[in-house]
Design a binder for this molecule. Structure first.
Ligand SMILES: O=C(O)c1cc(C(=O)O)c2c(n1)C(=O)C(=O)c1cc(C(=O)O)[nH]c1-2
Length: 252
């Protein structure tokens, strides 16, 4: 296990920083999580897929809000111009023609009620804490760290390329239409993460700043990991669903 807490101690070149960041993703991104592995192996029940979709909705719905905070905090017009595309991707032109609406479609295609998903009332406690922690991180930490925390997107095209074909092949009730959300994501994520990576490499000019960028990515990997831990604990074994959270049998 690489120790990332001292990775930048002696100072890295920009490309050396990129190597460490990619190593963080290779070791800690949530495509290595058992819940994801069960998903791609076709081992999740429909209820477990529904639970994943409705909990991930909370994450998706918060993303443009944390991006608006980053945009408002930046004094750099070029960063703001690039960053606003992220908000447009998720909200579309009218709030319900972008990624959030497509994620809602994924959830309802799995049999969930749209209003229940939107209300977030069935989300796991850990999901709420993780989503809140990401929002607060982007609001309170230095802007460079807020930008760097989005760098998990460097790795999302990989997890999407594992997830989509496996879901289509292994779950008969899942169709291309169910997964329409993912169609544009790899391209958008590459555009966004290329920008964020270039920004981080340019602005992390001391060992301390480099370490702060690495730490921000570790934080975000941990957050995504914790969200799947919570799903695995609540739905992977009987008797663990927290009070008030989604119960597959009852919600249908
Ligand atoms: O499918 C995934 O596993 C996955 C992961 C991530 C990520 O790595 O943070 C994002 C997304 N999807 C995604 O759809 C998305 O819009 C997104 C925005 C961000 C971000 O941190 O700004 N991450 C992600």
């Amino acid at each position: 296990m690489t120790e990332f807490s001292e990775a930048a101690k002696i100072g890295l070149s920009p490309s050396g920083l990129e190597v460490v960041l990619r190593q963080v993703g290779a070791e800690r991104y949530h495509n290595r999580h058992p819940y994801h592995q069960r998903m791609v192996n076709g081992d999740l029940t429909r209820g477990e897929l529904q639970a994943w979709a409705l909990n991930r909705y909370c994450y998706q719905a918060m993303i443009p809000r944390k991006d608006a905070i980053i945009l408002a905090r930046s004094e750099d017009p070029a960063l703001r111009a690039a960053w606003r595309l992220r908000i447009e991707d998720h909200d579309g032109e009218d709030g319900w023609s972008g990624g959030i609406a497509k994620w809602l479609h994924l959830a309802t295609s799995l049999g969930l009620d749209a209003d229940a998903v939107k209300s977030e009332r069935w989300a796991l406690p850990a999901t709420r804490f993780a989503v809140g922690a990401y929002y607060s991180f982007c609001a309170e930490r230095p802007l460079l760290q807020a930008v760097a925390s989005s760098l998990t997107e460097l790795f999302s095209p990989v997890i999407i390329s594992e997830r989509v074909p496996a879901m289509l092949a292994r779950y008969p009730y899942i169709t291309e239409d169910t997964l329409a959300y993912f169609r544009k994501r790899p391209e958008q994520a590459s555009r966004d993460s290329d920008f964020a990576l270039a920004y981080a490499k340019k602005h992390a000019v001391t060992p301390e700043l480099q370490q702060s960028v690495i730490d921000a990515l570790v934080f975000k990997c941990d957050l995504l990991w914790a969200m799947l831990d919570a799903l695995q604990h609540a739905y992977g074994e009987p008797g663990n669903v927290p009070p008030g959270a989604f119960c597959p049998e009852e919600a249908g």
